[in-house]
Ligand binder design. Structure first.
Ligand code: PLP
Length: 454
């Protein structure tokens, strides 16, 4: 295992970047406007480039490296599995796949005891929706504005953020509604109890107008992640559960980002004592070392497909290398108390430090989160809560956020920046010393944002 950064070689870095720009078509990007950092290696909470710069990874990449980079037990498990059996079609029974399913089922809430494996999060959402439609015989699915569910056909239509609009060609059957978010309350609520009550009444009204007997599923991120780490008020998810039960609607919780330790519990649903009918996961299940996701299925929905075939699955579903990395990840998380570490770091280090920054910095409108899952909402004006950059800003309009990100990187911190927010989402293995170091860099970088306040 590499423990020190490779010798700096700017020339190699430049060659890697030139080859990338010649042939790699990047996701979510205008190809001519990007400048990807050539990465030479990574370990634990850090990754580094070819120029000798080390970055403390406060993004966990796309909030997936919950166990940190290059965990030796996971790397070894993938190598061992590769030597034993690289690939086998989904229809066979394989030790490592069964073991991954068992370990996941043991940790998911309630009776979510059957696991359907996919290659990532969006595909998990696609299949959860398909299962719900087949189970109920109904077509419509309700999802929230300010959400992200993935970039494939159904998942992008369910997504409630602006990235959906350019490819929004087939949203038939998808209805969006507003979830709770007190800081920018769609319901003009003054406190959490009011926000909860009004959000549930709004959902009931939406359902009544759509006809609950036409609705197959309601899908929610347990804690919406990409859209701003908005922890729902107490009682909201239990209220949605009750509404679903009353109308025979399948309740899908999307835990692709919030699951597997990120929030300081194995699943974010555990904070609220709520069990969905279907739970989607990916990312943290194996920290993204090999593509893997899936759907955890309740006994009732699984029973629908006991004698009726389930029409879904891909060539690589439940891939042995991916399952081996999941088994090693879950075991390491349990052995090394990584979920507990995320909870403690959030409570004792990240939360207090961010709250102190909110007091000191005029640009910090609100901080919120739990575990290793926090958002810092930047504003031009604390009173009016006007966002530091306009909604979905680009180019010159986005300059204050770009300056902030550049200041973090100069200090050796890789931030997760989205719209007017920075998310503090380090590995769940992050130490107190590393978290404190990153937070100090963030604190200094926030001065660039303060300069744009009015
Ligand atoms: N659902 C949620 C909540 C997510 O955060 C994401 C990705 O960020 C997805 C689904 C899509 O996952 P993937 O990119 O693995 O397809």
């Amino acid at each position: 295992m590499t423990t020190t950064p490779p010798a700096p070689s700017a020339a190699t870095g430049a060659a890697v970047k030139a080859a990338d720009r010649a042939h790699v078509f990047h996701s979510w990007s205008a190809q001519g406007l990007i400048d990807p950092l050539p990465v030479a290696g990574a370990e634990g909470s850090y990754f580094w480039d070819y120029d000798g710069n080390r970055y403390l990874d406060f993004s966990s990449q796309l909030v997936n490296t919950n166990i940190g980079h290059q965990h030796p037990k996971v790397v070894a498990a993938v190598q061992e599995q590769a030597a034993k059996l690289c690939t086998i079609a989904p229809g066979f029974a394989v030790d490592v796949r069964s073991e991954a399913a068992r370990l996941i089922a043991e940790r998911t809430p309630g009776d979510l005891d059957k696991i359907f494996f996919t290659n990532g999060g969006a595909e998990a959402v696609e299949n959860a929706v398909r299962m719900a439609r087949l189970h109920t015989g109904r077509a419509k699915v309700l999802s929230a504005y300010r959400s992200y569910h993935g970039a494939t056909a159904a998942a992008i239509n369910l997504t409630g953020d602006p990235r959906r609009w350019p490819s929004d060609t087939a949203s038939a059957g998808v209805v969006h509604f507003w979830g709770p978010f007190l800081y920018r309350s769609p319901f003009h609520a003054e406190n959490e109890a009011q926000e909860c009550e009004r959000a549930l009444a709004h959902l009931e009204a939406t359902l009544a107008f759509e006809g609950p007997q036409t609705v197959a599923a309601i899908i929610l991120e347990t804690i919406p992640g990409t859209a701003g780490i908005m922890v729902p008020p107490p009682g909201y998810l239990a209220g949605v559960r009750e509404i679903c039960d009353r109308h025979g609607i399948v309740f899908i919780l999307d835990e692709v980002m919030a699951g597997f330790g990120r929030t300081g519990h194995w699943f974010a649903a555990d904070h609220f004592g709520v069990t969905p009918d279907l739970l989607t996961f990916a990312k943290g299940v194996n920290s993204g070392y090999v593509p893997l996701g899936g759907v955890a299925i309740s006994a009732e929905i699984a029973a629908t497909f006991e004698t009726r075939p389930y029409p879904g699955g891909l060539t690589y579903s439940g891939h042995p290398l991916a399952c081996a990395s999941a088994v090693a990840t879950i075991n390491a998380m349990a052995e090394e108390r990584i979920v507990e570490n995320a909870a403690e770091i959030g409570e004792t280090v990240i939360g207090p430090a961010l709250r102190a920054m909110a007091e000191r910095h005029p640009s910090v409108g609100e901080v919120r989160g739990l575990g290793a899952f926090w958002a810092v909402e930047l504003v031009r004006n604390k009173e009016t809560r006007e966002p530091l950059v306009p909604y979905n800003a680009s180019g010159a309009d986005n300059a204050p956020m770009a300056e902030f990100a550049a200041a973090c990187k100069r200090g050796g911190l890789w931030p997760f920046v989205n719209m007017n927010r920075t998310h503090v989402v380090p590995a769940c293995t992050v130490t107190a010393a590393e978290a404190e170091k990153g937070l100090a860099i963030l604190d200094t970088a926030l001065e660039t944002a303060d300069a744009h306040t009015v």
